[in-house]
Design a protein around this ligand. Structure first.
Ligand SMILES: NC(=O)c1ccc[n+]([C@@H]2O[C@H](COP(=O)([O-])OP(=O)(O)OC[C@H]3O[C@@H](n4cnc5c(N)ncnc54)[C@H](OP(=O)(O)O)[C@@H]3O)[C@@H](O)[C@H]2O)c1
Length: 328
């Protein structure tokens, strides 16, 4: 079968190749999935690049062995191991599993849920990492409540488009930050107010009615924490979700240390988190998709042989929603 692999770190369009590998055989507690669609995340380019050189050095990461990018998958169950109880061959599923840019993969049943019939494989494959990040950030770390004011920086990307819709599904008032070309799109998925960052610096604006935001969901981290703090209400929470725009590991560490020191002295919270695979959350997202409360915004679809190009496109950091690999 064909799969995307890389055997050295570097730019995705140089190191990632589509090659023949052995078709996997499911273990007793695994399912064999025929992949119908997969989606690309910033993680894929971080992994193929091997992260910042200093991190590789500190972790003593040498040359990678054969590595397979891709973690978001949707497909059909082709076979099940003898201990699998929740799925049967022929069912359509989606979830999280390494090596998703391939014709087949094996995954444990804890990583997958049934795909609603009314959403496509491409829409389903867009969900796992991006929507779990939005859901777990807003609900578990932000403790979002109906009527709260939420600002989403980086609202037009994979995580941001889900964050806008999930915040709205909780009944929040959403202010979205994106560039001019995405203003109409983020409005169409529910944002109440949009700030075009090419025209206006959101940290220089006055939050709605002069009251602060309850949550800032920050995918970009391009403003100092003190500028963001000015926008928060006294109990507000700033979620440090991601870093875009070439700011490196030093900038991230500085923000983490600042947040740690501030936590002893100020009432607002600055929280860094990493989303986790959670089957219940995937089921909830599946329901939100099936009922149309949340939808995938898909920028581009690529074929399996275009995976290097797809990862490179996403790493330019201006995708509108999700970038998908289709194997239909
Ligand atoms: N903590 C976690 O568990 C977790 C999980 C997943 C991802 N992440 C991180 O979260 C971040 C976002 O992930 P993603 O999948 O959404 O990435 P993405 O899809 O590549 O995000 C691209 C989007 O970022 C927007 N953007 C770029 N520069 C911007 C700026 N200066 N101001 C506002 N928006 C800007 C772009 O909109 P415009 O074209 O309009 O500029 C584009 O739509 C990444 O750093 C990723 O590594 C963290």
């Amino acid at each position: 079968m064909k799969a995307a692999v890389y055997t050295q770190y570097g730019p995705p369009d140089v190191v990632v190749q589509i090659t023949d590998v052995e078709k996997p055989v499911p273990k007793d507690d695994e399912l064999l999935i025929k992949v119908r669609a997969a989606s690309v995340n910033p993680l894929d380019s971080h992994l193929t690049k091997g992260g910042p050189y200093i991190v590789r050095l500190l972790l003593r990461l040498g040359k990678p062995k054969i590595k397979r990018p891709g973690v978001d998958v949707a497909g059909q169950v082709e076979a099940v191991g003898k201990n699998v109880t929740q799925f049967k061959p022929g069912e359509a599923v989606f979830g999280l599993c390494k090596g998703a840019f391939a014709e087949y993969l094996c995954a444990p049943e804890s990583a997958l849920v049934v795909k609603p019939e009314n959403i496509t494989f491409e829409q389903a494959a867009s969900v796992p990492v991006a929507a779990l990040t939005a859901l777990q950030g807003l609900r578990d770390k932000g403790h979002i409540q109906a009527g709260q004011k939420v600002l989403i920086n980086g609202a037009a990307g994979g995580v941001g488009t889900f964050a806008v819709q999930i915040a709205k599904s909780f009944g929040a008032h959403v202010t979205a930050v994106c560039s001019t070309r995405n203003v109409d799109m983020v409005r169409s998925i529910g944002a109440d107010h949009v700030i075009d960052y090419t025209q206006q610096d959101f940290t220089k604006t006055n939050p709605t009615n002069g009251e602060g935001y309850d949550i800032i969901f920050d995918n970009v981290s391009n403003h100092s924490l003190s500028k963001c703090r000015r926008l928060l209400n006294p109990k507000g929470i700033n979620l440090m979700v991601g870093v875009l725009g070439g700011r490196g590991i030093i900038s991230l560490l500085t923000r983490l240390v600042t947040a740690l020191i501030w936590s002893r002295f100020i009432s607002q919270k600055f929280v860094f988190f990493v989303a986790k695979l959670n089957k219940q959350d995937l089921t909830l997202l599946s329901e939100l998709m099936a009922t149309g409360k949340v939808t995938s915004v898909i920028d581009r679809c690529y074929r399996l042989n275009q995976v290097p190009e797809a990862i490179r496109y996403l790493s330019e950091q201006h995708a509108r929603g999700k970038v998908v690999i289709t194997l239909q």
